[in-house]
Design a protein around this ligand. Structure first.
Ligand SMILES: Cc1cc2nc3c(=O)[nH]c(=O)nc-3n(C[C@H](O)[C@H](O)[C@H](O)COP(=O)(O)OP(=O)(O)OC[C@H]3O[C@@H](n4cnc5c(N)ncnc54)[C@H](O)[C@@H]3O)c2cc1C
Ligand SMILES: *[C@@H]1O[C@H](CO)[C@@H](O)[C@H](O)[C@H]1NC(C)=O
Ligand SMILES: *[C@@H]1O[C@H](CO)[C@@H](O)[C@H](O)[C@H]1NC(C)=O
Ligand SMILES: *[C@@H]1O[C@H](CO)[C@@H](O)[C@H](O)[C@H]1NC(C)=O
Ligand SMILES: *[C@@H]1O[C@H](CO)[C@@H](O)[C@H](O)[C@H]1NC(C)=O
Ligand SMILES: *[C@@H]1O[C@H](CO)[C@@H](O)[C@H](O)[C@H]1NC(C)=O
Ligand SMILES: *[C@@H]1O[C@H](CO)[C@@H](O)[C@H](O)[C@H]1NC(C)=O
Ligand SMILES: *[C@@H]1O[C@H](CO)[C@@H](O)[C@H](O)[C@H]1NC(C)=O
Length: 604
């Protein structure tokens, strides 16, 4: 039975959010310096950092509603109830995937304050130091290198005790973490029956699955560690509950919600380039269209689907594609919406003995209710946990035959090819939980895919959903890597430590030949919802790419992109951490730029 909890609201009042407007007419009459599109993960970082200066006026426009009082956006274990296809989702699906038996799947994106940081599954890391050094090489800007980016962890992150206050010694290394940042991060506050077995299996197979002293910290991600989650005091910590709520008493910050930006306004030519210092918006199809201008800049933080969508609707993108849907071209740039890249999720479920897994909780509304009651009363218990106890990042063996013919796509030797996520229940988004049985899931994720896809417009209608095609598992590297990742999780499940627990692989996971594993991958895989690359950063003089090393849209004036879409490749991490770090540095770049009397806004 599906418990529709997303629509329930919390029975207690959270801190009231001020200066959140639902009607354009109610906004204060001021000239905004910056208009930020999207109050999501990155947008709220900018909203906060830019308004630290009381002289700066910022307007944030968000399509979705407030996250306040939305239970599934607050109770960590209930995260999967918030999306897909709810009032808090953009309800996107991908086009049929040739590499996955032509199946489609949902591609949820948070559509509420906090964006996907209010809707994600709360796992938190930053990627490998190699990822940032690669970003520095690609952009020619040493400011993106790990040694320069590291400091932003301490601005961003606030490690707090787990909600059960257990002794965390040996589970993370405090020196690696921030304690005074914005987003609360904690270890899990509820031990599960499999935790000791995971550690034992890791120790037993330590050459392949070593146990890490601290989750996945950028200089040391290869191995298995206790999952860290964006949870404080047993509740979700999002960009809304942290960056935005910390700034929302500032008179210079206004947030307009339930309002969708339709397109940018070309505000004329500066230095021979079109400027885009205005945005058009409406509350829905066939509703009145309003507009607002920014004195300094418009900053797109609408996410990896939303940002290319707005750029394309504004005539910034591939000339031929825009002509096909009848949109007037302003800047011909084939990279807009191109190179969409996403982490592939391959569900691997094992049947287990006993009834101590969390499958009973998911089947039985009474059990779920009693867990919810405990969480409501004290913010403890299983509902305070994210969906996975341990995660690990790994590489393919150096002598893999594939590397004889194919270059290694990882950012460097410290970055990963694949990930394993341990869950104490049936974790298979493409197949519903069977009515009986208990399960262990060792979900494999392809971390360094070489498949690249695209986001394109279906029509010129701004409310029409775009065509999203990540081209999942279509390259030789991807096919090889996912097959070997499935073989590796089966080796992990075969550890002696599991012998009295794991019965064996479930369903199509049982096959052992290349063909059988490929079939298992094609019939079950989907996305772990980390799309990016659609407004990729590159050096100022590179022909490809959408934004330069300072995140300014190439060929345009007064327009920047700051969100996950600027990552030109997938980092070795779930993508909220890397998005937060990019946004923290972006805020510094924008502030620095505004202090220079730049040609960009001399005319104002
Ligand atoms: C279901 C799910 C699970 C995930 N699990 C994890 C996880 O466990 N750990 C992890 O690290 N990452 C996870 N991710 C990924 C991570 O959350 C995202 O990569 C990251 O939050 C993206 O940040 P962003 O700022 O680019 O976009 P978002 O946070 O999505 O923000 C974009 C914002 O812009 C708004 N917007 C878009 N278009 C418009 C428009 N036209 N007008 C006005 N507003 C607009 C959106 O409503 C949204 O609020 C998950 C994502 C999802 C969806
Ligand atoms: C910012 O807010 C302060 C306090 O309300 C106000 O005095 C000031 O005029 C505002 N800044 C701008 C640029 O409007
Ligand atoms: C997504 O689907 C839900 C449920 O049908 C609906 O309430 C919501 O309005 C839809 N959102 C969008 C952006 O279409
Ligand atoms: C998927 O669709 C393509 C193009 O329509 C077709 O060529 C292919 O045979 C299909 N594959 C499967 C497994 O159905
Ligand atoms: C936590 O555990 C460690 C290692 O077992 C021990 O040294 C330390 O004293 C414990 N701390 C507390 C506060 O109990
Ligand atoms: C689990 O099994 C035990 C022993 O058979 C039984 O007492 C208990 O009620 C079961 N619990 C659930 C949740 O089914
Ligand atoms: C790679 O090396 C390992 C360990 O030395 C060995 O067991 C394996 O067979 C080798 N694989 C290939 C493809 O050579
Ligand atoms: C897009 O991907 C291709 C292939 O990986 C790469 O060569 C190109 O540089 C990428 N473009 C951008 C803008 O990053």
């Amino acid at each position: 039975m599906v418990v529709k909890v997303f629509c329930l609201v919390l029975g207690f009042a959270l801190l009231a959010i001020a200066r959140i407007y639902e009607r354009f007419e109610d906004l204060p009459v001021v000239k905004y310096d910056y208009v930020i599109v999207g109050a999501g993960t990155a947008g709220n970082v900018l909203a906060n950092r830019l308004t630290e200066n009381a002289k700066v006026q910022v307007l944030v426009i968000e399509a979705g509603p407030s996250d306040e009082g939305v239970l599934a956006a607050t109770a960590p274990f209930l995260a999967p109830k918030l999306t897909p296809n709810t009032p808090y989702d953009w309800n996107y699906t991908v086009v049929p995937q040739i590499g996955l038996n032509n199946r489609t799947y949902a591609q949820p994106r948070g559509r509420l304050l906090g964006g996907s940081s209010s809707a994600n599954f709360l796992l938190h890391q930053f990627g490998s130091s190699d990822d940032y050094d690669r970003l520095a090489r690609i952009t020619g800007d040493v400011g993106w290198s790990w040694s320069k980016m590291k400091k932003y962890i301490f601005k961003h992150e606030k490690i707090v005790p787990p909600t059960d206050n257990h002794n965390t010694s040996g589970q993370y290394v405090p020196a690696n973490h921030g304690t005074i940042g914005m987003v609360s991060v904690s270890l899990r506050g509820f031990f599960e029956t499999i935790d000791a077995k995971v550690i034992a299996a890791s120790k037993e197979l330590s050459s392949e699955f070593p146990h890490l002293p601290d989750g996945a910290t950028p200089e040391n991600i290869l191995g298995l560690g206790w999952a860290q989650q964006t949870v404080g005091g047993g509740v979700r910590s999002s960009s809304s509950t942290s960056y935005l709520r910390n700034a929302n008493t500032r008179p210079n910050l206004s947030v307009l919600i339930k309002t969708q930006v339709i397109k940018l306004i070309n505000t004329g030519s500066e230095n021979g380039r079109p400027a885009f210092r205005g945005v058009e918006f409406a509350t829905g199809p066939s509703q009145p269209v309003n507009f607002v201008f920014a004195k300094k800049e418009v900053i797109l933080s609408a996410g990896s689907i939303g940002t290319p969508r707005i750029l394309l609707l504004s005539g910034i993108g591939p000339r031929d594609d825009l002509a096909k849907v009848g949109i007037q071209i302003h800047i011909d740039n084939p990279s807009v919406g191109d190179n969409l890249s996403d982490h592939v999720l391959i569900p691997n479920v094992f049947e287990v003995r006993g009834n101590a897994s969390l499958d009973g909780l998911q089947r039985d509304p009474a059990q779920l209710q009693s867990a919810l009651d405990e969480w409501t009363a004290s913010k403890t218990g299983v509902i305070a946990n994210s969906r996975s106890s341990h995660i690990g990042f790994f590489r393919l063996p150096k002598n893999s035959t594939l590397f004889l013919t194919t270059a290694d796509p990882a950012s460097g030797p410290k970055a990963a090819h694949w990930e394993m996520i341990v869950s104490n229940f049936w974790n298979n988004p493409s197949t519903p939980l069977p009515p009986t049985g208990n399960f262990l899931s060792l979900t494999a994720v392809l971390i360094s895919p070489t498949s690249r896809g695209s986001v394109k417009l279906a029509s010129a209608d701004p409310f029409d959903k775009p065509l999203i095609n990540p081209k999942m598992v279509t390259t030789e590297f991807d096919k090889f890597a996912v097959r070997e990742a499935v073989r590796a999780v089966k080796r992990f499940a075969a550890a002696k430590a599991w012998s009295d627990y794991v019965i064996g692989p479930y369903g199509s996971l049982a096959g052992t030949s290349d063909a059988e594993i490929d079939s298992h991958v094609r019939q079950g895989s989907s996305s772990i919802h980390h799309p990016l690359g659609t407004a990729a950063i590159s050096s100022a003089d590179a022909r490809k790419g959408v934004v330069d090393q300072n995140l300014k849209v190439k060929g345009a004036m007064g327009l920047r992109v700051v969100d996950a879409s600027v990552w030109p490749f997938l980092p070795s991490a779930h993508t909220q951490g890397p998005t937060y770090l990019v946004a923290e540095r972006a805020a510094d770049i924008v502030i620095l730029d505004s202090q220079v009397i730049s040609a960009d806004y001399l005319h104002l």
